[in-house]
Design a protein around this ligand. Structure first.
Ligand SMILES: [Zn+2]
Length: 73
């Protein structure tokens, strides 16, 4: 079960800061085409174990926090 803080994060814009129990696991560069690029950050919740990704890119201002199944140790 997601913790209340993770439940609240669902559908939140990426401008929302990670909640207190989210630990940054890793990040990676991504490309959105020839000219646009950014980063994706992966977080793991210390309270409930839920995994999230957050896209940080100038070209994706409307991106939302998304749960991810990516294996994060
Ligand atoms: Zn959580």
């Amino acid at each position: 079960m997601p913790c209340p803080n993770c439940l609240a994060l669902g559908g939140a814009n990426v401008s929302v800061s990670p909640h207190a129990d989210l630990l940054l696991h890793s990040d990676a560069g991504i490309n959105f085409g020839a000219t646009a690029s950014g980063h994706v950050e992966y977080y793991v919740c210390n309270a409930c174990g839920m995994k999230w990704e957050r896209i940080r890119a100038r070209s994706e201002p409307d991106a939302e926090w998304r749960p991810t199944d990516k294996p994060l140790a």
